[in-house]
Unconditional design. Structure first.
Length: 356
C-alpha cells in the first residue's frame, strides 16, 4: 500500500536527512525508482512521491531500487525498537497520550535508558520527540486542510490549545492561525534565471529577499516556492530580485555581499540566530554544527542547528552550505550535495588563489 508523504517526510527527502533512513523509503512515479530519504538524487515533485514502509513494498508496487543509494541494502530495524515505535504511533494516531518510557521499555523488553539511547540512534529522535513530531505533523495537516485552529489542535491529539500556543514559535515558526493561512495576504514577486549553479529563483516580499532557491527546472522551483508559501500570491516578474542575483554573482566571484541587501528571514527566533551565525562565516571557510551551536551560546543544540540549516530557503546569501557535520562530513543540503560541493570548491579555490 502506498501513500503520499507527510510534511515531515517530504522535508526529510528534500534535505537528504540521513536520520530518516530506515524509517521509510520513497518512490518517484515519473521514474519508477525508489530511494532512501538521504539519497542525493534530484529532489522530486511532491505530487510524484510515494511512501513505502520497506524495500519489499516498493518493489512489489513496481519500483526499482536507486543505483546511487542502494535502498534494498538498508538493514532491517531492530524488531524490539519497532515494537516501541509502533506503540507510539498507535497511541498518537488514536489521539491518546504518548506511552511513557517505562511502557515502551516493557514492550521492547529493554531497560529504559538502553531503549532511549538505541531508539534515538535508530530513528534520529528520542521516543518522546518522535511522538511529538508525529503529533506536530498531524497538526500541520489539520491546519492546512482548512480546519479551524481549535479543531485542528484537538484533532491532532493535543489536550489544550495553550500548550500549542506556548510552543508555536518553536514548532511552526508562527502562530497556528498564521500557519493555517500559509502566507495568505502576502505577495511575492519572483524571477527565475540560469546562474553558474543552475536554475535559480529569487522571490521578494516588501521586506526583502524571502527565498533564493536552486533547481534543475523552472517548474520545480515554482513548486518549491508554492510549497513554502501555499497561500501567498505569487507574481512572476523578471525585474524582481535584481539585487539578490547581483549579490549571488558577487558571492560566487569572491566579492562581499552588498550591505544594503535586505533579507526577509522568516523563522523561529532560534532559526534566525543560526542563520545570522551562518552569515558571519567567511567565504572559503566552514563551521561544524557544534561550532555554530557554540557560537550562538547553545552548545547542546547541535541537532537543532542542523535542522535550522536544512530549513533555510535563502541559499548562498544565508550560507548554509558552509555548515558541516562535526566529523568533517558535508552533512545534508537542501538543494543536493553536488551543488554544496561545487559551492565549497569555488570558495576554496578563490581563497587559495588569493593567498598565492
Amino acid at each position: 500500500m502506498t501513500r503520499i508523504p507527510t510534511d515531515t517526510e517530504f522535508a526529510a527527502i528534500r534535505t537528504n536527512d540521513r536520520s530518516a533512513d530506515g524509517r521509510f523509503f520513497y518512490g518517484v512515479t515519473s521514474t519508477r525508482v525508489f530511494c532512501r530519504p538521504s539519497c542525493i538524487s534530484r529532489p522530486p515533485k511532491r505530487d510524484n512521491v510515494r511512501i513505502f514502509a520497506d524495500p519489499a513494498a516498493a518493489i512489489e508496487a513496481g519500483f526499482r531500487p536507486c543505483k546511487r543509494c542502494r535502498p534494498e541494502r538498508v538493514p532491517a530495524a531492530d524488531a524490539r525498537l519497532e515494537r516501541a515505535r509502533e506503540l507510539i504511533e498507535e497511541k498518537v494516531l488514536a489521539g491518546e497520550a504518548a506511552p511513557s518510557l517505562a511502557q515502551l521499555a516493557d514492550v521492547a523488553h529493554m531497560g529504559a535508558t538502553h531503549l532511549q539511547r538505541r531508539f534515538a540512534a535508530a530513528y534520529g529522535l528520542s521516543p518522546r520527540a518522535y511522538g511529538e513530531a508525529m503529533r506536530l505533523t498531524m497538526l500541520k495537516q489539520e491546519l492546512r486542510s482548512g480546519n479551524g485552529v481549535s479543531d485542528a489542535i484537538y484533532g491532532a491529539g493535543f489536550g489544550a490549545t495553550s500548550r500549542v500556543y506556548e510552543k508555536a514559535g518553536r514548532w511552526l515558526g508562527m502562530t497556528p492561525a498564521d500557519y493555517r493561512r500559509g502566507g495568505r495576504g502576502l505577495t511575492l514577486r519572483y524571477a527565475i534565471r540560469r546562474t553558474p549553479i543552475g536554475w535559480t529563483l529569487v522571490a521578494e516580499s516588501p521586506r526583502g529577499v524571502a527565498a533564493l532557491l536552486f533547481g534543475d527546472g523552472k517548474s520545480a522551483l515554482v513548486d518549491e516556492l508554492r510549497a513554502e508559501f501555499p497561500a501567498a500570491e505569487l507574481q512572476q516578474d523578471e525585474a524582481a530580485g535584481g539585487q539578490a542575483f547581483a549579490a549571488l554573482d558577487a558571492t560566487l566571484q569572491g566579492r562581499p555581499i552588498p550591505r544594503d541587501l535586505r533579507l526577509d528571514l522568516r523563522g523561529t527566533p532560534f532559526q534566525i540566530r543560526v542563520w545570522t551565525a551562518l552569515q558571519a562565516i567567511p567565504p572559503g571557510e566552514t563551521r561544524s554544527y557544534a561550532e555554530i551551536a557554540q557560537a550562538i551560546g547553545l552548545p547542546k543544540a547541535v541537532r537543532a542547528v542542523g535542522s535550522a540549516c536544512a530549513s533555510n530557503i535563502i541559499g548562498v546569501l544565508v550560507p548554509c552550505h558552509r555548515a558541516k557535520r562535526s566529523d568533517g562530513g558535508l552533512g545534508g543540503y537542501r538543494w543536493g550535495l553536488p551543488r554544496k560541493e561545487k559551492l565549497l570548491a569555488k570558495e576554496s579555490a578563490r581563497l587559495d588563489s588569493a593567498a598565492e
